[in-house]
Design a protein around this ligand. Sequence first.
Ligand code: DHB
Length: 390
Amino acid sequence: MHKRHLLRATLAVLVAQGFALAPALAADPLKIGLILPMTGQQASTGRQIDAAVKLYMAQNNPVIGGRKVEVIVKDDASTPDQTRRMAQELVVNDKVVALAGFGITPSAMATAPIATQSKTPMVVMAAATSAITEASPFVVRTSFTLPQAAVAIAEWANKNGIKKVVSLVSDYGPGIDAEKYFADRITLNGGQVMEKLRTPLRGPDFAPVLQKVRDASPQALFVFLPSGQGAAFMKQFAERGLDKAGIRLIGTGDITDDDQLNDMGDVALGVVTAHHYAAAHKSPANQKFVDAFKKANNGMRPNFMAVGGYDGIRVIVEGLKASKGEGGEKLLNAMKGQLFESPRGQVLIDGQTRDVVHDMYVRKVERVGGELQNVEFDAIKAMKDPGKSK
Ligand code: DHB
């Protein structure tokens, strides 16, 4: 008798709680799945983007239609099979409204079919091979493209009397883009690529290729390596005496990455690169961003990956505001055409290509107030991806 009474009372409580749960369910968070390499060779990319997304969330604390926005971070260790599996789980189990991150091109490429099949917008914050945005109509990019950076530095080389060049790139998507677009542009303007060298993405050894560069004795060496490999490369470049041999080093800004630049030493001084972001970019918006980022991260300096992440989460959150919290095509359409002031300068998400349109700066490494900085001195304004103008 007593037992039955207790059971009934418990049921009553459960029912009451059930009713109480209903409004809580309506206020379920809007979830964003952020897949990053937090460990392994590309870990600095993950660390930078994660910190930037956390900063944006802390600064804006977005609530849309009474629902909080929640970011779920997954570490794929830049293994494409893991990226794909994590994306699948985030879509099916966590019901995320958007996928984001993607430290390297193969991770983005592996996930694109999932974005298409599930109609989930996928914001690429790091990977930069031109073709990624064509892998799915649900891809939006806030990083940059290698053709943008490679064409911008080739133009600078042409204007500055550099005619004979050797190129050295990482042997996968972005490197192949960099090699091709650099060579096409410099030869179009009368220059020549004497030799095209490549190193593997995983565990590259720069010694043998640098010997080849020395033997070829070009005016300049053009380099693209993914974020995180620049410091090891610079060390080898100096150790082999290539700087002393009068071979000028130029490249995409990935090799003078602001995350590592300060540790590179004098060998980096005078290196000219083209890129969309420098921590030293002069604008009030960037100053505010750099200060807040450093303050929240023990003095860590934001690099171009951080800006890709900061702008990427902004594009998603503003998109969700416009779609009133709906995902799918509504969210995708609300991301297209966004125009805003980023720490890098003005950014447009091209409504047709879903790719990023921004200024490509030409910069030179200088010592400024005791720090090595990429100091911008020229720019190609509002540059679209040259990879898409065919
Ligand atoms: C890619 C990765 C990088 O670290 C980088 O600096 C540029 C491009 C990529 O895999 O697409």
